[in-house]
Design a protein. Sequence first.
Lengths: 73, 164
Amino acid sequence: MLVLTRKKEQSIVINDDIEITVLDIQGDQVRIGINAPKNVSIHRKEVFLEIQEENKRAAEVKNVPLKNFLNNK
Amino acid sequence: MRLDTRHFGTIEIDEKGIINFSEGLPGFEHVRQFVLLGSDEQLPFKWLQSVDEPELAFVVVDPFCIRKDYDITLEDAVLEKLGIKGPEDVLVYSIVVVPEDTSRMSMNLKAPVVINVKNNKGMQVILDTDEYSVRHYILEELQRQEVGGYACSDEKKGAVHCHK
């Protein structure tokens, strides 16, 4: 991992088209601004991990009788 | 094209029906091609069957059939990646977790699978909202509604907004 130290309002440029700026620092929270091309997805890591986990659970499905499963519920 | 699948045995698929997920799915980034399978008896469930890894398949469901008020907005990044011009291009499915106790079946409303039917491109979209979670219990959602069973209608398309 590349580690850089930034002060408020300083930025980092990635690949010449992604810019990350430290907008504000309050106590233990950092407000981060990101400028990136429209086709780049950006997510909080814990959200991404949660979805990964749920997909892995979904992939474990056994051979279930889905036939008419919801008709009587 | 022939596939040796885990759930359906050996099947023939139409290559024209292959959906391309250029980024795969979170947790399965290397898996890029899928087809949608299913019989009428299994509706509203379908299967998102992997072509690259025939052992892998996901149960999916039309979320609007279970949760009539499901309302989502697709951001620019998604519209760009999938080449979506409007809601009429879009098919939405939720990935379903089917545990041993099938009454605890749940669907992921926070990250729907979105497919552009015009170009067969797909991706799993992480919605920027706290309103939905990754685990909505299907039987509970159905019980919450007035109608006893699931009901799919054509109005559902109206609840996909394309943010341009």
